[in-house]
Design a protein around this ligand. Structure first.
Ligand code: AMP
Length: 129
């Protein structure tokens, strides 16, 4: 069975898309730690980060870097934090999280955003790419 992220990539489930290329899809996390929390996902479904082939791993980091730079310009923050967890969705993804304080990376502090805000943030990041 396909992961929820594969369904998002295939357009079967909606998402607030930030960017995509042949290999990766970036979109806003629906339950963000902070405004602008973005996920970068390889289109090829692999469960664990370190199971990726080295080239795919390096490409994921490189693409995540591009998105992080655009994100940092779009959302006021001290810096962009990066985390890889995967306990909820077993399809590799990088969390990019605008940080103001340590709690923003801790996954127990969540912010509620309206659909219009998600759309606005996704566009703002995308426009910086
Ligand atoms: P984890 O697998 O623990 O790294 O967490 C998975 C992340 O995916 C969580 O931060 C969820 O909020 C996020 N997530 C789950 N379903 C969706 C969805 N349909 N759209 C956007 N983000 C999602």
């Amino acid at each position: 069975m396909s992961s929820i992220f594969t369904k998002i990539i295939n357009g079967e489930i909606p998402s607030y898309k930030v960017a995509e290329n042949d290999e990766f899809y970036a979109f806003l996390d629906i339950n963000p730690n902070a405004k602008g929390h973005t996920l970068v996902v390889p289109k090829k479904e692999v469960n664990k980060l370190f199971d990726l082939e080295e080239d795919a791993y390096n490409s994921l980091m490189s693409y995540s870097r591009k998105i992080a730079i655009a994100l940092e310009e779009a959302v006021p923050c001290k810096r962009i934090g990066m985390a890889v967890i995967g306990l909820e969705v077993p399809h590799v993804h990088v969390h990019l999280i605008p940080l103001q304080e340590m709690e923003d990376i801790q996954f127990n502090k969540k912010v509620k955003l309206e659909p219009q805000e998600f759309i606005k943030i996704a566009k703002a990041i995308s426009n910086n790419l």
